[in-house]
Design a binder for this molecule. Sequence first.
Ligand code: ATP
Ligand code: MG
Length: 366
Amino acid sequence: MRLCELTLRDFRNYEQLHLAAEPGVNLIVGDNAQGKTNLLESIVYLGSGKSWRTQKSAELVRFGAAFADLEAKVYSQEREQKLRSVVFSGRRPRQLWRNGVKKKSAGECAGVLNTVLFCPEDLLVLKSGASARRKLADAALCQLRPNYDAALAEYNRLLEQKSRILKERFENPAWLDILPEYNLRICQVGALLISYRARFFESLGKEASVYHGQFSGGAEEFTLHYHTVSTVADPFAPVTKLTEDLQDHMESHARAELETAQCLTGPHKDDFDVQLSGLSVKTYGSQGQTRTAAISLKLAQRELMKRESGEEPVLLLDDVLSELDPGRQDFVLNQIRSGQVFITCCEPERFTKLGQTIQIHKGKII
Ligand code: ATP
Ligand code: MG
């Protein structure tokens, strides 16, 4: 799988951009705030219909422009394919095309351009808050499983509506009558999410432990543990059983939810934890261990996607190499010898030997 050509119009700080990409390493260099990350963001958006930086797609449109137009020529599934997204600055919904055919959802464009993004924040993901870890896992799972993507979107919508019902319980007490229906659906969809996550974390943990083993010379045993709602004894149980478990938890928190006007129960609080030889990285990991474990997780994500689709996803390294010491840089670079990679950095000297260099200045290639 590779990106062959990228064309942007009024995307972020790009008025016009046309880029012919190399099948191997594409090094994107430039000073700060010139548009390097924006370029990677456009690739992620074309592939997944999402940006890791914002939920508000209007932010993607260049200031003062009415819409942004993104196009990619991709070689995947053994043929040339085209993806196009048009994003509006107002409230108009975005439009998506796959090979010239208009699509209703990003799910229908999934699998054409899979990406794995790795940025400096990811190096600390095991030390940061649970939401960063959920975001990392969700981004991977949404690309791997379009049905998960749809379920997650529904879950978030339900949660938002439930939260509104709870917040406005005094102004609109009649709304409380429909709360049980919301709760049931939240448990059903939540159960589906747990089921997907359990399987994903199991594979991710196995794969990452192989990388971590190579990296640490086998000195540490890497294990990944998925944490979900406390009433779920076995996240691999059938979805109907998981639904019941979630309902149990919800019932016991019904009063507290009404009192606090918050959605206190469901897999939106899920988390995972990595342990090295039995010690939690979050609590005890050294800086080096934390980084090594994070790199292993990212490489594992890439490996899983490769195995699932039979094609190597495009790897996007945003400023991450310069954050690593030479030993870790070498490890990452050795692991990415195959497949297409986009690497952004400010100081090109260290990496220019790797492949094509693209110099960016104020939203233009120079
Ligand atoms: P760094 O090396 O600091 O990470 P960068 O080259 O990755 O820099 P980007 O994050 O790509 O920089 O952003 C470059 C610029 O894009 C920022 O100065 C920002 O103000 C600008 N920008 C962001 N969104 C828009 C937009 N919608 N319209 C115009 N400019 C934008
Ligand atoms: Mg950047």
